[in-house]
Design a protein around this ligand. Structure first.
Ligand code: SF4
Ligand code: SF4
Length: 172
């Protein structure tokens, strides 16, 4: 039996919802999907109730309310996101920003360690966020891998030149 607790969770007013889908990418937990032309909370367990999606709705259709709901379950969210990522990787019609893509790298224009300008991207694939890359991504096959903290590419001026020419990248 599912235990319910009193907590904050979203409510979607279907009369106001026009199905535009703006709220879907706003939810990092993948809790909202468009079904039958309307936004639906697919599982209370995926909704943390913090309201990150609220400001994205042009119709004012989403509100956070306190009610009896299933407890937020971070583990279930993680599992759900992994399944969504795999599905996106498999389907060419999936969200383009999450689709696994490989690029042709350009040759570096400078190898000087004092030259901090890096004019061309050396990134060889997309996506790069650890949570968005499925283990089956072809760019990981036999790759030398750089695992970087989110802030490193901003703090290290020569990041592309020094690390990305011959490595795959994951950021977390
Ligand atoms: S409140 Fe947070 S977790 Fe819940 S649907 Fe909105 S963005 Fe997703
Ligand atoms: S952003 Fe608002 S109107 Fe658009 S699908 Fe989501 S709930 Fe519906």
């Amino acid at each position: 039996m599912t235990t319910k607790v009193l907590r904050k969770v979203i409510r979607i007013d279907e009369d106001k919802c026009n199905g535009c889908g703006d709220c879907v990418p706003a939810c990092a937990e993948g809790a909202i999907q468009i079904i039958g032309g309307k936004a639906k909370l697919i599982s209370e367990r995926y909704c943390d109730g913090l309201g990150a999606c609220l400001g994205e709705c042009p119709q004012g259709a989403i509100t956070v309310e306190e009610r009896e709901a299933e407890e937020f379950n971070e583990e279930a969210v993680e599992h759900h996101m992994q399944e969504m990522e795999l599905a996106t990787d498999e389907l060419p019609c999936g969200c383009p920003s999450a689709a696994v893509t490989q690029f042709e790298r350009h040759a570096a224009t400078s190898t000087s360690p004092t030259d901090i300008a890096c004019e061309q991207s050396m990134l060889g694939h997309w996506p790069v966020q650890l949570t968005l890359v499925p283990p089956t991504a072809t760019f990981l096959n036999g790759a030398d891998l750089v695992l970087a903290a989110d802030c490193v590419p901003f703090a290290y001026a020569g990041f592309h030149r020094d690390f990305l020419q011959d490595h795959a990248l994951l950021v977390a």
